[in-house]
Design a binder for this molecule. Structure first.
Ligand SMILES: [Zn+2]
Length: 222
């Protein structure tokens, strides 16, 4: 397996070698200095029980794409690989969302539909992975870059099978809502760095929370 060395766009912050033959199985006793708490860390775990710290965090963004710098580099690598595979032209439906945008979106949904429905439509401000700049909703130009029906496309199949090579995971896999708090979202990819995405792939682990030994986050705790 060939791992694009610079897919992460940054020097690795952890010690394992991407593509090492020994699976790196992390968890509560992870031997590597992964950082899933700091908002700027590529490994940060944000979910309904783990808001960003600070709540109003803003990443350093790429010059051209609405993404944190390492995620933008990874996105470009995925886009090129998908084009080379001939399964579609990747496009970015939604990347970084600011705390202010998330606040107005959530409050609008809240006033229109009430809390239960609003929580299905938008994350609480400060609790959206999109605010890290590391999460991307993708589609293809063939779908007008809309996410509806993306899961049924060849591009989505290719993405699910290959995106780990470029430092991404499908963050909300099918059947894992009890851990992630989100329904299956085949379009939502999350940059975690090549070392983590390859280690998860090698370990057969698809849930980021479980990989790091963190508790399930099925719903908001407050
Ligand atoms: Zn998303």
């Amino acid at each position: 397996m060939v791992i694009p060395a610079q897919a992460s766009g940054q020097a690795p912050i952890a010690t394992p070698t991407p593509g090492a033959s020994t699976p790196i199985v992390c968890g509560v006793n992870c031997p590597y200095p992964y950082d899933y708490d700091s908002a700027a860390s590529p490994q940060v775990v944000v979910n309904k029980a783990r808001p960003l710290n600070p709540l109003t965090y803003k990443p350093v963004l790429d010059k051209w794409l609405p993404l944190a710098v390492p995620a933008a580099s990874g996105y470009r690598a995925v886009k090129k690989a998908m084009a080379d595979a001939g399964v579609g032209t990747l496009c970015l439906n939604s990347g970084y969302r600011s705390f202010a945008t998330q606040t107005s979106t959530y409050n609008r949904d809240l006033s229109r539909y009430g809390k239960t429905v609003a929580e299905h439509l938008a994350a609480h401000p400060g609790y959206s992975e999109h605010q890290t700049g590391l999460a991307i909703d993708v589609s293809t130009t063939a779908l007008g870059c809309k996410i509806t029906n993306f899961g049924a496309t060849k591009a989505a199949n290719w993405l699910a099978a290959n995106v780990y090579k470029y430092g991404f995971i499908i963050r909300y896999p099918a059947g894992k809502t009890a851990y992630t708090g989100y329904q299956y979202e085949p379009w939502h990819i999350r940059f975690v760095g090549v070392d983590i995405s390859v280690a998860m792939h090698n370990a057969g682990e698809v849930v980021l929370e479980k990989f790091f030994g963190l508790p399930a986050a099925p719903s908001y705790t407050k």
